[in-house]
Design a protein around this ligand. Structure first.
Ligand SMILES: Cc1cc2nc3c(=O)[nH]c(=O)nc-3n(C[C@H](O)[C@H](O)[C@H](O)COP(=O)(O)O)c2cc1C
Length: 348
């Protein structure tokens, strides 16, 4: 089945939560955004949805510089992620909590974890898994998917819970053979955790240092939106930062992530790996993020639609389509490898 066919199925299954529109932009007239006023956040952005909208707008205002005269070549999208070769610099974001996008009628939490992790693996890339209020020591579908089903081939991002819990979780994943672990520091603003009385905390540089030192795995901090936080994360010794505002779900009225990415790249490029997400919908958007200076990107809501519509097969087909688009975008802008991509590829 094609990506379009998977999306048609997702549209049925996600009725009332996501309209699977051709443009997923958080606009006020979209189903997901209508859910957020005084109701659970659903699949949309927090509050007015401005942060979600700004993510898409920030990418939209960047244009690509077409450059087609020169040697013929097939662009290479291979990406080295902490010593592991991926087919593309594109991974699946740590989206969790199926109740936000349709619950068991759409897909169960264990099925969702399995589809995102195995689908990514089959496409030669990595599925990240997150953390939500319903996860507990006796309910760990992410662990099952990454460590039991995929032989460790995945990344675990835990909410900024208390330090002892986090250290225990990271140790488990390390022993289960996972590729990397980390925490979404912006999860301290999670409305879903707050609604379910699950405590989450702001993390200090010392807290992050303690977590970095608690594991042998590369440690990732997700939810960085300014140079100051990027420098603080680097000071803590993290291996990677993810420039992200949680898909616009934790603080209303932030700038778009592509806008924030410029100052993060200028502050820490070369020192830590830089990953970006938010509003990335196509291989063209991927190229824009890489041109600003990201090393790789994550797709969030689109991976959900692919998993709901087609399970692991849907996720695999989705990644493969984006990789093809990235190849085309690179060929048409005169770059043959990821290393050749610079800001010269975009007009601001
Ligand atoms: C329903 C939903 C649940 C999410 N859950 C998590 C989570 O548990 N942990 C996390 O780090 N990020 C979570 N995110 C944020 C994503 O990882 C990612 O940053 C975001 O979706 C990227 O934006 P995009 O959806 O526009 O691609 C969630 C996003 C959505 C839409």
């Amino acid at each position: 089945m094609s990506v379009e066919e998977h999306r048609k199925i997702a549209k049925e299954k996600m009725k009332g939560k996501c309209g699977v529109f051709s443009m997923c932009d958080g606009a006020p007239n979209k189903i997901c955004q209508g859910n957020s006023y005084g109701k659970p956040i659903g699949f949309g952005g927090v509050g007015s949805g401005a942060s979600f909208v700004n993510n898409v707008e920030a990418l939209k205002k960047l244009n690509l510089k077409m450059r087609v005269i020169g040697e013929n070549y097939s662009p290479n999208t291979k990406y080295n992620f902490f010593g592991h070769e991926l087919t593309m610099p594109i991974m699946g974001a740590s989206v969790t909590g199926v109740n936000s996008f349709g619950g068991d009628n759409a897909i169960t939490e264990p099925e969702f974890c399995k589809a995102t992790v195995l689908g990514a693996k089959e496409a030669g890339t990595l599925g990240w898994r997150g953390d939500t209020y319903s996860y507990d020591w006796d309910f760990m579908p992410c662990y099952d998917a990454i460590c039991n089903m995929a032989g460790g081939w995945g990344v675990k991002i835990s909410k900024p819970r208390d330090q002892e819990t986090l250290k225990k979780v990271f140790k488990m994943y390390e022993e289960g053979g996972a590729i990397a672990v980390g925490t979404d520091v912006d999860g301290c603003g999670s409305t879903i955790m707050a609604t379910h009385n699950k405590p989450v905390f702001r993390k200090s540089v010392d807290d992050l240092k303690e977590l970095v030192n608690s594991t042998k795995l590369p440690f990732i901090v997700k939810g960085i939106m300014c140079a100051e936080d990027a420098l603080a994360a680097a000071e803590a010794g993290v291996s990677a930062v993810v420039v992200s505002n949680h898909g616009g779900r934790v603080l209303d009225h932030t700038v778009g992530t592509a806008d924030a990415l410029f100052e993060v790249v200028d502050a820490v490029k070369g020192e830590v790996t830089i990953i970006a997400d938010g509003g990335v919908r196509t291989g063209y958007d991927v190229l824009k993020m890489l041109a600003i200076g990201a090393d790789s990107v994550l797709f969030g809501r689109d991976i959900v639609r692919a998993a709901v519509g087609g399970g692991a097969e849907g996720v695999k087909a989705f990644f493969e389509m984006q990789q093809k688009t990235l190849v085309k975008a690179m060929r048409m802008t005169g770059v043959s490898s990821l290393e050749e991509i610079t800001r010269a590829v975009i007009y601001k």
